[in-house]
Write a protein that binds this ligand. Structure first.
Ligand code: NAI
Length: 245
């Protein structure tokens, strides 16, 4: 199968690598991201290689219903129906519960969790009608374990870890599969903002002695979105160099 995929958080890190892999595999890609300047730059670069019929960028805030609905409309205008949605946009905040400002708590929960509710409302009705489709969420190993100083991120990704099971149960009868990729520390701009000593420490802490690259996550995203992973559904798949075991 190759069709049309919507990827959120598509212009940086894991989302960018995933967008490039789907394009290379022949899919149409709607790249949705909050960052309009970077989005325009990335689109221009990719259009040197791929035709505009296969690729679009839409500025979108995944925590806003209005913005997600506008992105869904733009996707349908560009490509017709959607075969797969990759809910990858996410943000991180540090701190124990009592140290986190209310607006930060709300922003992380809205970007990392509510976004999946919004894109599902926007895209799942057409998948139900066609009785096929895949949804892949970027959770995290931080949803599978507790971490020091990462309370709201643990809460948000923990919610995504169980939401995938509910979605897989509710949509399985329509032939829709829903899975999570749970990255370990991955060398993206988000993670690279740590001091080098912290990055080295994380690498040493994994049994493979390495960090994960965005391309490693992209391959798993592609596997879960495509027919290659049939009949896997409702699963959390750590891609982590064994960091959390
Ligand atoms: P990144 O910061 O490189 O990329 C995230 C993208 O999401 C950016 O392009 C940003 O503009 C976009 N974004 C942020 N808020 C948005 C919003 N409200 N609406 C639309 N787009 C928005 O980060 P990275 O590392 O590629 O992260 C991607 C996903 O992977 C996130 O969900 C993150 O939580 C998850 N993850 C990352 C890990 C890592 O070590 N890098 C580890 C585990 C999970």
């Amino acid at each position: 199968m190759n069709g049309t995929v919507v990827i959120t958080g598509a212009v940086s890190g894991i989302g960018l690598s995933t967008s490039k892999l789907f394009l290379a595999k022949g899919w149409n890609v709607m790249m949705a991201d909050f960052n309009e300047d970077l989005g325009k730059k990335v689109l221009e670069e990719l259009l040197a290689e791929y035709s505009p019929e296969r690729l679009a960028f839409q500025q979108c805030d995944v925590s806003s219903a209005r913005s997600v609905d506008a992105m869904a409309q733009a996707t349908h205008d560009s490509f017709g129906h959607v075969d797969s949605v990759i809910n990858n946009a996410g943000i991180f905040a540090k701190g124990a519960v009592h140290e986190i400002d209310e607006d930060v708590w709300d922003r992380v929960m809205a970007t990392d969790v509510k976004s999946i509710y919004l894109t599902t409302k926007a895209f799942v009705p057409e998948m139900i009608e066609r009785k096929s489709g895949t949804i892949v969420n970027t959770a995290s190993i931080s949803g599978l374990q507790g971490d020091y100083n990462m309370a709201v991120y643990n809460a948000a990704k923990g919610a995504v870890v169980n939401l995938v099971r509910a979605m897989a149960l509710d949509y399985g009868k329509y032939g829709i599969r829903v899975n999570n990729v749970n990255p370990g520390p991955t060398m993206t701009p988000m993670f690279r903002s740590n001091p080098q000593s912290v990055i080295d420490e994380f690498a040493q802490a994994s049994p493979l002695g390495r960090l994960v690259q965005p391309e490693d996550i992209a391959r798993t995203m592609y596997f879960l979105a495509s027919d290659e992973s049939d009949p896997i559904t409702g699963q959390n798949i750590p891609v982590s160099a064994g960091f959390e075991i």
